[in-house]
Design a protein around this ligand. Structure first.
Ligand SMILES: Nc1ncnc2c1ncn2[C@@H]1O[C@H](COP(=O)(O)OP(=O)(O)OP(=O)(O)O)[C@@H](O)[C@H]1O
Ligand SMILES: [Cu+]
Length: 780
């Protein structure tokens, strides 16, 4: 049912996707319409477009700096808002609290990495939402009419005040060591705090006014407290260290952030386009329209997706597929934006605008994936929400209880309380997860593995079973016809004519399907020049898991597998013996039949990919059990599975059988399913993690799979699992680091050994450690 029933499978997929990412985009119905029209190669795209509900701006304006404007959704409007000042979870908490209390706000989604807040709100409340965000001291930006945001221009912070602050803080420390008059240390400390800490104070004040204890508020309280206690140098040092550490943290977060938009820079800004007068001109790639002819020189990067119309070359597709082996391409082959022309010049016809290329879709998908929270992140966020108030209450207790109840020194205990305030900041903990996940997503994207949500990256390490489709996944999916036999008996007199007629009938049916088996039959005929006059076929129908049928000259003919022949009741013991022999050799057999009898037999053979064999070995080493589920017969299934070393092979699987097989395995552990994403859709959607192979040219796969594998190499699956395991390890390391350092410090402080600036060091050190540790994934 490959191409024939594609629209069916799309419908079922849309409804089948119950576990799809976060907020279901209402555009989903549209995007599937887009998909099917492009996948079916221009079959009435207009009518499909017209029946579509709401155009999804996101699809048209895929760009790192564009978000699309408000979108109409069931509850109201969905607007992405960029807030450049929002990159720490503390800011998220403030906004959540403020907007959460507004009746016009229905839901919120935060993407701290891209600094984007997506709000679903009632139709005319955007202004009040923006005002609320502004009242917190942020500058919200919404996309303009084209869905574009102003380019990110991060103001360069002047660095000299920080240097002055640093010198003043050190001087204050020195002065108090030398037992100089304390007013001198006080003045120096004030200079230091004034030069480095005004923004912290400002933000802290906004937070306190909103009854929110964020990091800035805690720092402001701690530093003010230190001043009141007369700890001048300490106050200065704390503020300076805090500011420096924040700067470093912002820088390292930017690195994670840019790992993904860096992919976008793979496409050149300009393209050489054929003009109407026949000349070639270098124009802005964004302005090139679909259908234009573009010329590519050797060594040049390809700017847009397209089909080669003239010339041939070797292309390095590693930027998209992560596979370093260059691929030969000739007229009619697809080329992709971001890939590199290695050999000779060629011309291609553009098939997608700059914001709609495969690469743009990949980037968009990864960006969306960052917005959805992985389970660990959700846990950490909840924990952080409790952690800060708890530590705040503890430090209040520490400040007042011992002096009041036991007559201990106020100074000592208030000081200890201030140190606790410094470590009450959960930033290290909260930032550790998203940094790790984003680095993992980016590292995967570079290898041609497109993960559609942190959840999959995080849960991949638990995978116990992997179900695999056969055709196109394990095999090349390009079978070749090896046998053709006429089975009609008693017509020896005109045998060559009969053979010719059988093939004509079979081919007439086969050309209407794009199932690999049909393709093989049609191609073999073409090679022998038999396709010249296809018969007229009426009432053509694809029979899922069986074959096809249609009427030729008012007679019904079938082309399909053993199951179909059995169902028609025209099977014979002799035929079965023939079938067995061919199937034992790993060949798939289909037959041409009328209502009364089987007319002819065609055997096709597919070859397994060398990479599949290696992938299975790697999977076994990782302890994953592999099961092949195929619509093909059991003999062939067993033969192919044997060739690549798959643990178990199940043949004769209809799409619904595959589905129930997955369900059965799910009872025992996490199940992944790899398929070509077209005829395995229900099973792919059902599996915990659905992998779509060869997703490169097919937008459907990119948009519907949980993990889309660019290129045809099955080894991407073990590679994904290893990455998932590494991610998992780093997540655990990060959470233990962040919590461990705090715990150690809390104990030290209560024992009277912790000082404030040590606390800042520990706190920020922890943040930097976890960020650095998370970024390690990028280098894997
Ligand atoms: N359109 C078709 N033309 C010819 N044969 C078909 C067609 N559709 C199905 N068949 C026959 O039915 C069998 C099962 O088809 P199905 O599409 O379910 O699985 P498959 O593509 O062979 O294998 P896999 O499940 O591994 O992708 C095929 O092997 C083929 O013999
Ligand atoms: Cu039979």
């Amino acid at each position: 049912m490959k191409g024939d029933a594609m629209s069916d499978s799309i419908d079922s997929r849309v409804s089948d996707r119950t576990k799809s990412n976060a907020v279901e985009r209402v555009g989903a119905c549209c995007s599937s319409a887009h998909e099917s029209s492009s996948a079916l190669e221009n079959k009435e795209p207009d009518t499909q477009g017209a029946s579509c509900c709401i155009p999804e701006p996101l699809l048209e304006s895929l760009n790192t700096s564009s978000l699309g404007q408000s979108q109409v959704v069931a509850e109201g409007l969905r607007t992405p808002i960029r807030i450049m000042q929002m990159d720490c979870p503390t800011e998220e908490a403030m906004i959540r609290k403020k907007l959460g209390g507004m009746p016009s706000v229905i839901s919120m989604e935060f993407n701290l990495m891209q600094r984007i807040l997506t709000v679903v709100h009632t139709t005319d409340s955007l202004k009040s939402v923006l005002d609320a965000v502004r009242s917190l001291g942020f500058e919200p930006e919404v996309p303009d009419a084209q869905g574009q945001l102003a380019d990110v221009s991060e103001q360069k912070k002047t660095w000299w005040p920080l240097v002055v602050a640093g010198v003043a803080a050190i001087a204050a420390e020195a002065v108090s060591w030398m037992a100089a008059p304390s007013w001198l240390a006080a003045v120096l400390a004030l200079v230091a705090v004034g030069c480095s800490g005004l923004t912290t104070y400002k933000k802290g004040w906004v937070a306190i006014r909103h009854a929110d204890l964020n990091m800035n508020a805690l720092m402001s309280i701690a530093v003010t407290g230190a001043f009141i206690l007369g700890q001048w140098p300490e106050a200065a040092m704390v503020m300076v260290l805090f500011t420096v550490a924040e700067l470093i943290e912002v820088k390292s977060l930017d690195r994670a952030r840019n790992a993904i938009s860096g992919l976008m820079q793979l496409t050149p800004d300009n393209a050489t386009v054929l003009q109407e007068d026949g000349s070639w001109q270098l124009v802005d790639a964004k302005s090139v329209v679909v259908g234009s002819i573009v010329r590519i020189k050797p060594g040049e990067r390809i700017g847009l997706d397209g089909l080669i119309v003239y010339g041939r070359s070797t292309i390095n597709q590693a930027p998209i597929t992560g596979e370093s082996l260059p691929v030969d391409k000739a007229e009619g082959d697809k080329v992709f934006a971001g890939t590199i022309n290695e050999a000779s010049a060629f011309e291609y016809r553009v098939t997608a605008a700059a914001n709609n290329t495969t690469l743009a879709r990949i980037i968009h998908a990864v960006e969306e994936a960052q917005g959805t929270k992985a389970p660990t992140q959700r846990f950490v966020d909840q924990f952080a929400r409790l952690y800060t108030p708890i530590v705040f209450v503890i430090s209040l207790g520490v400040a007042v209880l011992p002096p009041l109840l036991m007559g201990a020194s106020w100074f000592d205990w208030v000081y200890k309380a201030l140190v606790l305030l410094v470590i009450a900041c959960p930033c290290a903990l909260v930032i550790s997860t998203p940094v790790t996940i984003v680095s993992g997503l980016a590292a995967a994207a570079r290898r041609g593995i497109l993960i559609k949500g942190g959840v999959y990256l995080e849960s991949g390490h638990q995978l116990k079973y992997l179900a695999l489709d056969k055709t196109g996944t394990i095999t090349h999916g390009k079978p070749v016809q090896t046998e053709f036999e006429v089975l009609l008996t008693g017509r020896d007199d005109a045998s060559t004519d009969v053979a010719k007629e059988c093939r004509r009938l079979a081919v007439s049916l086969a050309v209407r399907s794009d199932h690999p088996v049909s393709l093989a039959i049609a191609k073999a005929a073409e090679g022998e020049g038999i396709n010249v006059d296809h018969a007229r076929v009426d009432k053509f129908e694809a029979l899922a898991g069986r074959g096809v049928k249609g009427e030729i000259d008012d007679k019904v003919y079938f082309l399909g597998n053993h199951r179909l022949i059995e169902e028609l009741g025209v099977c014979t013991p002799e035929l079965e013996m023939r079938l067995d022999r061919l199937e034992q050799q790993g060949k798939s057999v289909v037959m041409l039949a009328g209502r009364q009898q089987v007319l002819a037999l065609f055997a096709v053979a597919d070859t397994v990919k060398e990479s599949s064999r290696k992938a299975i070995v790697e999977l076994q080493k990782l302890g994953i059990k592999t099961v092949m589920l195929t619509g093909d017969n059991q003999h062939t299934a067993t033969a192919i599975a044997g060739q690549v070393g798959i643990d178990e092979a199940r043949g004769n699987q209809l799409p619904e059988d595959k589905l129930s097989a997955i369900q059965a395995m799910e009872a025992e552990g996490l199940v992944g399913m790899v398929g070509d994403g077209i005829n395995d859709t229900p099973a792919l959607a059902r599996a915990h993690i659905g992998f779509a192979m060869g997703a490169m040219g097919t937008d459907t796969a990119i948009e519907t799979a949980d993990v889309a594998l660019m290129g045809d190499d099955l080894r991407k699956v073990p590679s994904f699992i290893r990455l998932s395991r590494d991610t998992r390890t780093i997540l655990i390391q990060n959470i233990s680091l962040a919590l461990g350092i705090k715990a150690v410090f809390m104990v030290l402080t209560l024992m009277g050994m912790g000082t404030m600036w040590m606390a800042v060091f520990a706190d920020m050190g922890a943040s930097l450690l976890v960020v650095g540790n998370g970024l390690r994934l990028l280098r894997k």
